[in-house]
Design a protein around this ligand. Structure first.
Ligand code: SF4
Length: 381
């Protein structure tokens, strides 16, 4: 996969989780949930003859239920949750000046890279867990209670564009005691194998909607899957938090594009902040060196290990180039443009969940700390 070129996480060997997922689906005592990452929906169609960028989320919901999943959640929901948490954290740090620039923490290959090679910069990482892990945590600790299911019966599966997400799911911080946030991670390719083995031609499966409570997603959540999308989503919400008014145009064109490092100046009412987007780990060292030397001009930086962001992840259908990455990203950005809501802080399910959790539980479930040592992981990838 692509990660072999860029991913230092040793997550480069894809160990299929298909057998474990099938066993969970066949076990009458389990309640098996699945979440689908943004980048998956715009690439999975390529295996069924559709153009890159075709958004098949509705068909995926229908197909995943036919495979036997009891609840189908949308990682877009958790991307919105991540943005609301991360934007609040950034506003806090802008006020105190603590550990600026703040850097995104949703890419596990990037996290492992900092832990291994730049441990002195760990305080700059956002404390937010990734959307995958936030969703897993709230599924077992909140949703199960809401629907009256023993959380120990819940098995959480995640469909991800990414081999490093398998490693993230096994990190010791990504659990609540013995209860893992996410039990099994399928790559886009593994899901395609399961669909084909079941005789499901995805474009022909009737469209359905995801399971309520953890599924509402704004356009801002959708663009998480493309380089610059996390930063753009965050800017929309930070602007509202700082100025009390919505960004007039939610399209933050200054941070879009495919250059390896993109910098922009963002106006926040009476002040401006410098931000940057970096994709591809080979582009990272000069940006980190500036931070180490105390000369970084930035307040906030998005880093994604894969060129193009998650649309170019190591678990996506094989045989793609930069043009295909761009088409997949365009699928996400056009979904955002057509979305009735384009701001994470407008997500009503996110607001309901955050209010229900309260500050202590919210912090316990959704945030973490990273350490300079390489975290041992249990079992095989
Ligand atoms: Fe995984 Fe996305 Fe990071 Fe690539 S950029 S390693 S797909 S999280």
């Amino acid at each position: 996969g692509q990660c072999t070129q860029v991913c230092p996480a040793a997550a480069i060997v894809e160990r299929p989780a298909i057998r474990q997922v099938r066993e969970a689906l066949a076990d009458p005592d389990t309640v098996v949930t699945v979440q689908v990452a943004p980048a998956v929906r715009v690439a999975v169609g390529e295996a069924f003859g559709l153009a890159p960028g075709t958004n098949l989320i509705g068909h995926l919901c229908g197909a995943l239920r036919r495979l036997g999943f009891d609840a189908v959640f949308d990682t877009d929901f958790a991307a919105d949750l991540t943005i609301v948490e991360e934007a609040a954290e950034l506003v806090d740090r802008l006020g105190t000046g603590h550990a600026l620039p703040m850097i995104t923490s949703c890419c596990p290959a990037w996290i492992r890279y900092v832990e291994t090679f730049w441990p002195d910069l760990l305080p700059h990482l956002s404390t937010c867990k990734s959307p995958q892990q936030m969703l897993g945590a709230v599924t077992k600790n909140w949703w199960a209670q809401q629907v009256g299911i023993d959380p120990d019966r819940v098995v959480n599966v995640a469909v991800m564009p990414c081999t490093a997400k398998k490693l993230e799911a096994r990190r010791e911080e990504m659990a609540d005691g013995p209860r893992r946030h996410v039990d099994h991670v399928l790559t886009t390719r593994e899901l395609i194998r399961m669909l084909k083995a079941s005789g499901l031609h995805l474009p022909d499966v009737p469209e359905e909607t995801p399971t309520p409570m953890l599924s509402e997603g704004s356009g801002a959540g959708t663009i998480f899957g493309a380089t610059g999308g996390v930063l753009e989503a965050a800017v929309r919400t930070v602007h509202t938090l700082v100025t009390g008014t919505e960004l007039a145009d939610p399209d933050v064109h200054a941070v879009r594009g495919t250059a390896g490092v993109r910098a922009a100046t963002i106006g926040l009412g009476g002040r401006t902040v410098e931000v940057a987007v970096v994709h591809g780990l080979h582009n990272v060292p000069p940006v980190l060196q500036q931070i180490r030397e105390g000369s970084s001009p930035y307040a906030f930086i998005e880093v994604m290990a894969c060129p193009g962001g998650c649309v170019g992840g190591g678990g996506q259908p094989h045989g793609f180039d930069m043009a295909v990455r761009r088409q997949r990203a365009e699928g996400l950005f056009s979904t955002d443009a057509a979305s009735p809501s384009r701001r994470s802080h407008e997500n009503k399910e996110v607001a309901t969940l955050r209010a229900a959790l309260g500050d202590d539980e919210r912090h316990r479930l959704l945030h973490t700390r990273y350490r300079a040592t390489v975290t041992p992981h249990t079992g095989r990838l």
